[in-house]
Design a protein around this ligand. Structure first.
Ligand code: HEM
Length: 559
């Protein structure tokens, strides 16, 4: 038995040597364990003449020894000075295993704060995983996001095919990106603007009906439902009517929320996906899958009869106009991306602005005065606004920028990976196959980039000195000085990622969030709900790739 234990330890060390440069494939490790188990059991039965029970017990012991030795060997190596990333500082747990990050995400919901703490403690470069680095320096954005390929982070999602955001091959990415660019062109966005105005009139109508003199409005729920319906219009020319139903009766929003949470956690340990993929997928995932599959079939039929649809999926499938050929599975995967891309990122940005503006009469009035100049003085549900005029409003732009800055969607920063030759970033050698990213939340709140008041929501930091002086005089806060609002380092502002795989929906995203915030601010007078505790509300924020928080409720009245 002792010699067999030594063999198990030896096998564990060999297995570690084989998997050293990669996250192991879970299925391979399981297959390996199963075969060892079987071999030991067969050997014990055939040659040692022991009872079956004893033979199986031995196999269990030897497998346990094998796995314990494997884990110990991996942990010791990752913490050792021989590891290629040993010279980068960081929390020991992070260097030892990616499960530390999974724990920060799933259990604490506070990865953004852990990362911020780690950078404050260890400096610009932090080792955040066995093979992962975070660089809190805006000058690292260009080299990381132009030179390096996307990492397999997004592959945490159980899917039958790649979505646009998981394609790693640069040529295939470029092909698919070309069609997405057409689907989100300026011309297409003008049409999506018409869809948005129609849905906004509906949103304002529902909010108006749901408000009463005393009870606050659950603005969180309405903004969420609005963006789901709009994503259906823009993505597939309709299909969702959650505002009309008053709730998301199919549970898609919940599914997508859970999905993003799951992907963010599994993206840390992508090999786990192999195992989870084997589990049956039921409920809303299947409903969504069937819904999208039916839409894809319908659009393909329509293309045969040459009737053109103006929506993203219609363009992605329009091969006669040069679209890259998509399999049905790829189209279904992209459909999920349309919903994720066009909903939560925008919802959170609008809610962040509403949370701060409703608690700040001076800034709310300033925004309302500005939007009135393009909406006119009729404060009804109709949205008769010239969108290109609206997009130029400087204070609206400053409020939205500040929302993106203070609570950026994708706060950890999109992950990229060095190739087999490694890379040089900011003069430092980064070994091959190292995941690397810029910590967006940390960078956006770094006083080096946004001054000593970087943790506060101050839209004026994006405006001229004259505007800042006016605000400082009006608010009469001794902490607010011109120098406290500098610097405002635009190079360190990265809500839409950067480089070849940055957000292709940036213009549409900006159009949607500006239009939504402006329409609500134009239509309603608002304040925080009675008893609102800003510190408690802000502390309720959890980060799972996207944000979750306590519901935001506002006191609203007609203007
Ligand atoms: C406020 C709104 C939005 C924000 C903050 C946002 C943010 C982002 C970020 C950070 C990425 C980059 C991920 C990476 O580098 O790996 C991204 C990619 C992407 N976004 Fe957005 N997004 C927004 C709106 C939209 C909209 C409206 C759409 C359209 C449906 C969209 C579609 C996409 C797509 C297709 C990609 C992948 C691009 C590629 O791989 O080339 N996004 N987005």
């Amino acid at each position: 038995m002792y010699s067999l234990i030594l063999v198990a330890i030896g096998l564990a060390l060999i297995t570690h040597a084989v998997f050293r440069w990669m996250e192991p494939s879970a299925l391979l490790v399981i297959a390996n364990a199963a075969m060892t188990f079987l071999a030991v059991a067969v050997h014990a039965i055939a040659f040692s003449e022991t009872a079956l029970f004893v033979a199986l017990l031995r196999a269990v012991v030897l497998n346990t020894v094998f796995f314990a030795s494997l884990v110990a060997s991996i942990a010791v190596y990752r913490l050792s000075p021989w590891h290629p990333l040993a010279r980068f500082p960081g929390p020991a747990w992070a260097a030892m295993s990616k499960w530390w990050m999974v724990h920060c995400i799933l259990i604490k919901g506070g990865r953004h704060l852990e990362m911020q703490r780690a950078h404050r403690q260890y400096g610009t470069w932090v080792r955040l995983g066995p093979n992962e680095l975070s660089v809190n320096d805006p000058t690292a954005i260009a080299p990381i996001y132009t030179q390096l390929n996307r990492s397999n982070f997004h592959k945490g999602a159980p899917a039958k095919a790649d979505t646009m955001i998981t394609v790693i091959d640069r040529q295939r990415h470029a092909e698919r990106r070309r069609t997405w660019t057409t689907a989100l062109s300026t011309k297409a966005n003008e049409i999506y603007g018409i869809y948005a105005k129609r849905r906004l009139a509906e949103l304002l109508h529902h909010i108006d009906r749901s408000r009463s003199k005393d009870a606050p409005v659950d603005i969180d729920r309405w903004v969420n439902l609005f963006f789901v319906d709009l994503a259906g219009d823009i993505g597939f020319s309709g299909g969702f009517e959650t505002m009309k139903d008053g709730h998301d009766k199919d549970g898609w929003m919940e599914m997508l929320g859970m999905g993003v949470r799951f992907v963010t956690a599994m993206g840390q340990v992508p090999w786990m996906r192999d195992i989870l993929q084997l589990l049956p997928q039921r409920g809303p995932i299947e409903t969504f899958h069937s819904f999208v599959e039916a839409k894809v079939r319908q659009i393909r039929e329509e293309h045969k009869t040459k009737s053109m649809r103006v929506d993203i999926m219609g363009t992605l499938l329009d091969e006669s106009a040069g679209a890259a050929r998509l399999s049905t599975d790829e189209a279904v995967a992209d459909a999920g991306l349309i919903i994720v891309g066009a909903t939560d990122t925008s919802v959170q940005t609008v809610l962040t602005a509403l949370r701060f503006l409703a608690a700040d009469p001076y800034r709310l009035r300033k925004l309302q005065r500005e939007v009135d100049t393009v909406f006119g003085t009729e404060h009804d549900d109709e949205i008769a606004v010239n969108i290109s005029e609206l997009l130029k409003l400087p204070y609206l732009n400053a409020c939205i920028n500040e929302s993106f800055r203070i609570l950026p969607p994708g706060p950890a920063g999109p992950a990229r990976v060095t190739g087999p030759e490694g890379a040089v970033i900011l003069g430092r050698w980064i070994p091959p196959h190292t995941t690397i990213h810029v910590p967006v939340y940390t960078m956006h709140r770094d006083p080096a980039n946004f001054g000593p008041l970087a943790e506060l929501y101050i839209p004026e930091r994006w405006l001229s000195e004259a505007e800042q002086t006016e605000m400082i005089t009006a608010t009469d806060d001794p902490c607010l000085t011109l120098s406290a609002l500098t610097p405002c380092n635009r190079q360190a502002f990265m809500p839409f990622s950067a480089g070849y795989a940055n957000c292709v929906g940036r213009a549409l995203g900006l159009q949607n969030v500006k239009l939504t915030l402006a329409s609500i601010a134009h239509r309603f007078a608002m304040s925080s709900e009675r008893g609102f505790d800003p510190a408690m509300y802000d502390a309720s924020y959890r980060e799972y790739g996207l944000w979750t928080h306590d519901p935001l409720r506002l006191q609203l009245s007609s203007r």
